[in-house]
Structure formats: C-alpha cells, structure tokens
Design a protein around this ligand. Structure first.
Ligand SMILES: [Cu+2]
Length: 172
C-alpha cells in the first residue's frame, strides 16, 4: 500500500510538471515582445517622432513624446502606453500648471494624436539605468481592442529637449 501511494504521488508530480511546461510555452508569444526584434504593429496605425526625455534628476520620471496616427476608416482608442525600461508609464494632460491622468484617448478615422511638451504627454516612472542619452528604447501603444503598435524611441537627456519649463519632479 505504501508503495502504491508513492507511485501515485510521483505520477501527480509528473503531471504537474507537464502542465507547467505547457503554460510556459503558451505564455511565450505574449511575454516575448520585449526581446523580439520585430516591433508589433496594428494595421493602419503608425507612431512617429518618438523620443524619451530623461529626467534632470535621477529617480524622477522621464517624459515620452511621439505621435500616433490612425490611418484607418475606423474609430479606435489609445488605452495604454508602455516604455521599455520604465516600470510604469502614464498618459497625462497638462492643463495650466496641473497634470491630470488620462485613461483613454479616442481617435477618429484619420486622426493624429500628438504627445508633446506642455500638453498631452506620457510620463515614464522608475527608469532603468540602461536608458542612456543617445541610446534607443521602444514605446508601445496598446489600443482599446488589445492590439498594440511599437516603435523605436530616441533617448535624450533633459538638457537636449525643449522641456517647456515642465517640472516633472513635482505635482505627482
Ligand atoms: Cu506628467
């Protein structure tokens, strides 16, 4: 009886190992985009002029600027932005001296949404030390339907860019 139990136990462990391996394989296409050389692209959408401006003071958030165009005949919406090398990125709208988070940006057919200093922008938090001025990283736009578009992004030091007097260290 003791022998039978041991056998049954090893059998269930083996099955657990198999299903874990199955999970890993299934997760690969979703989780592998960071290392992938081929950027993702939602048909009809493009990202232009992407740049990440590093903070003047290390530890502060950086700011990401770019344009997103909807070249399709359908309405779509930007639901989230991510920046490779930043733990978190938020879409903000500057109104006067205040910045407010933006959850979703609707895009009519043919619209170009521009993220630029002093207006709509993306703030990138907890930046990796690997992000160096003159280097490149990647920005990914996630649309409301779950599709994504990625593009290479130039990295600039705070002094390189016209920051428009925005102080990203305060107000958050
Ligand atoms: Cu901001």
């Amino acid at each position: 009886m003791a022998l039978f139990r041991t056998t049954a136990l090893s059998l269930s462990l083996a099955m657990a190992a198999v299903s874990l391996a199955g999970c890993k394989q299934e997760a690969k296409p979703q989780g592998g985009d960071q290392a992938s050389a081929a950027p993702q692209s939602k048909p009809g959408t493009t990202i232009g002029d992407a740049r990440l401006v590093l903070p003047a003071v290390k530890g502060n958030p950086g700011a990401a600027y770019f344009s997103v165009s909807n070249g399709t005949s359908s309405t779509m919406a930007i639901a989230a932005i991510s920046v490779e090398g930043a733990e978190k990125a938020e879409i903000h709208q500057t109104v006067g001296t205040q910045m407010t988070p933006v959850d979703r940006i609707d895009m009519a057919p043919g619209t170009v949404i521009v993220f630029e200093p002093g207006r709509l922008h993306v703030m990138a938090f907890k930046l990796s030390d690997n992000l160096k001025p003159g280097g490149m990283t990647e920005v990914t736009v996630t649309f409301a339907d779950g599709d994504k578009t990625s593009a290479k992004m130039k990295i600039e030091s705070a002094g390189d860019a016209a920051m428009g007097g925005m102080d990203h260290g305060d107000g958050h």
